[in-house]
Design a protein around this ligand. Structure first.
Ligand code: ZN
Length: 269
């Protein structure tokens, strides 16, 4: 039986096929209740119009993707404040943060991590005032050089501990499945009220491309029911969000991709 109200479609999954309007209309046709748009999609559509398109299709926004990049963007604080405003304008439940990797030419990972902590601390008062939770997304360590130097759930939760209220984590199966500390750290995240999102995609063997070869659930090595049970036991009742960056799936019609997401969600996750 289909239970699409527990499913969110991250619009990166069908960005090659559908602009924001087409993606929202397709999701609505399939009974999807949640989507996660990207900032460039809001910019291309216009913020007010994007909010109208979501509401007109009965869709709520899980996360807005994305802010962050504290280590490399020279205007990171201003840009992240704009991202918070945009997330609030579409009623998103949180702003996803991909925190940034090493600055060009640097090999100082510890310094990059300090800069992330400082950037989060500087941004947090604005996020709290806007009532917009900041969701730190730990990424698989293969992205430490250029995307995110926060690479484990424990590391993200340590940042949350230091920062206090208004910040939490994204649990993404693709990034976290390999971590031997995963289950106790998911329990810790739940105890501390830090779980803001649960992203799903599979880890393919082999993974042929660092960025654009994520798998549809069931095509790789991740134990989705075990992950879901841990997240549910930790008290998170929000939707699971399919987020697949894939040159392979980008070549299939958007409607077919959504239909497959729903079918796999129901049969695998
Ligand atoms: Zn994710």
């Amino acid at each position: 039986m289909s239970h699409t109200t527990d499913l969110s479609i991250n619009l990166a999954t069908i960005r090659a096929q559908c602009d924001l309007r087409a993606a929202c209309e397709a999701c609505a046709r399939h009974g999807i209740a949640w989507v996660a748009p990207w900032r460039d999609q809001l910019a291309a559509t216009g913020l007010a119009e994007a909010a109208r398109i979501l509401a007109g299709n009965g869709l709520k926004a899980t996360g807005l993707c994305r802010g962050g990049m504290f280590t490399t963007a020279p205007d990171a604080l201003d840009d992240n404040r704009r991202a918070i405003d945009e997330a609030a304008a579409i009623g998103a439940t949180h702003l996803v943060l991909v925190v940034g990797g090493l600055p060009a030419g640097s090999r100082d990972l510890a310094a990059a991590r300090r800069r992330v902590a400082d950037g989060l601390a500087a941004l947090l008062p604005y996020a709290r005032a806007a009532g917009m939770p900041l969701a730190i997304e730990p990424l698989h360590p293969m992205y430490a050089p250029d995307r995110a130097c926060v690479n484990t759930l424990a590391q993200a939760l340590d940042l949350c501990d230091a920062l206090g209220d208004g910040v939490g984590v994204v649990l993404d199966t693709y990034h976290l499945w390999w971590d031997p500390e995963l289950w106790p750290q998911i329990a810790r995240a739940g105890r501390d009220g830090r779980i803001l999102a649960h992203h799903i995609s599979d880890f393919l063997v082999p993974t042929r491309d660092l960025l654009n070869d994520r798998g549809m659930m069931g095509d790789g090595v991740i134990d989705f029911p075990a992950f879901r049970r841990a997240v549910a036991a930790a008290g998170f009742g929000g939707p699971q969000e399919v987020e697949i960056f894939s040159t392979e799936w980008a070549q299939k019609p958007g409607e077919a991709v959504i239909a497959t997401c729903i079918e796999r969600f129901n049969s695998v996750c």
